[in-house]
Design a protein around this ligand. Structure first.
Ligand code: SF4
Length: 321
């Protein structure tokens, strides 16, 4: 546990330090935004994959705050999926029938500049999940609990185990799904203790990993994912379609092939949620559809994720393709 906590602490959080590390010239440095509201958070492992003095690569684009974030764009709002309106307790959202989402923590391993939850007012006062568990106990129509955040892997193994002990007691809960991006930045988080915590959960676990580009991944990740897969936990992935990050056929094809060749299933590709400050990441649905259509003839069906968007107050995500 000490190692990953330490790695988390050692991530870049200061613009000057990351600019120095990336050897940015004054012209590139001037493109960065000293952003107070949603601060820079970049694990060193990811920073090391950015080409020196280059802000154009897929990792630099996703994690470095730039001036474009201050441009106002019509339709881009603070809470694009209206998370606030689905709050049932301080840390629980229920959007869809049969499923409930626990905002297990506000902390992530990295800050993705396009994050739709970057303005969310997380409940930080109360420790534990007493109210959330009471809600789950009461509503026996809920069969799946989604652990989201922030990132549920920011919780300690002890906190996760305690949550599993409580969930194990609720017979109607059959599935536990992790929504996580943490191991992309800090694969060391998948410790023996974490794996042991997973085995203490008596429900079927699914792991939904957020990954957007093949450059985020290396052999360490796949060795780590294997440890989760060996526990009988399927790893599905979700990808956000992002301008100048992965909105070209080769980037998507390389990513999806890499994932399936390690037994990870590309499950969703998400149309961007229109959060304020992320307008420069927008890719049209038409372009997304055309890209997926091209890929259909080049990849097996199981390597092609479903193209979806989230629209508030709908019974499920909307399938674009
Ligand atoms: S890891 Fe997920 S929750 Fe955290 S900033 Fe990135 S997209 Fe948002």
């Amino acid at each position: 546990m000490i190692l990953w906590r330490q790695l988390q602490r050692e991530s870049f959080t200061a613009l000057d330090k990351v600019a120095l590390f990336l050897e940015l010239d004054p012209e590139n440095k001037a493109k960065l935004l000293s952003h107070k509201k949603f601060p820079l958070l970049l694990p060193k492992r990811l920073a090391a994959k950015i080409k020196k003095n280059d802000l154009k690569g897929p990792i630099a684009k996703q994690f470095l705050p730039v001036l474009e974030e201050t441009f106002l764009q019509e339709g881009f709002v603070s809470d694009p999926v209206e998370d606030g309106s689905f709050r049932k307790t301080g840390k629980l959202l229920q959007k869809y029938q049969g499923r409930a989402l626990i905002l297990s923590t506000s902390v992530c391993a990295m800050h993705c500049r396009f994050c739709f939850r970057q303005n969310f007012a997380y409940e930080k006062e109360k420790l534990g999940f007493e109210e959330e568990l009471a809600y789950l106990k009461e509503d026996t129509s809920i069969h799946e609990v989604i652990l989201s955040g922030g990132d549920p892997l920011s919780l300690s193994d002890e906190a996760l185990k305690a949550l599993f002990v409580s969930l194990n007691e609720l017979e109607h809960i059959r599935l536990v799904r992790f929504h996580s991006r943490f191991p992309i930045g800090i694969p060391e988080r998948i410790t023996e203790e974490f794996l042991e915590a997973l085995t203490s959960c008596k429900k079927q676990i699914f792991f939904m990993l957020h990954v957007n580009h093949s450059e985020e991944l290396d052999d360490d990740h796949f060795r780590t994912f294997k440890k989760i897969q060996r526990l009988g936990i399927p790893i599905l992935t979700q990808t956000v379609l992002l301008k100048d990050v992965n909105d070209d056929k080769e980037s998507l094809k390389t990513l999806f092939l890499l994932l399936v060749s390690h037994g990870l299933i590309p499950y969703y590709i998400n149309h961007l949620d229109q959060v304020q400050g992320a307008g420069h990441f927008m890719v049209s649905k038409e372009k997304g559809l055309a890209l997926l259509e091209e890929l259909r003839s080049e990849l097996p069906g199981y390597a092609l994720p479903t193209f979806v968007e989230e629209a508030p107050h709908q019974p499920s995500k909307l399938v674009i393709r």
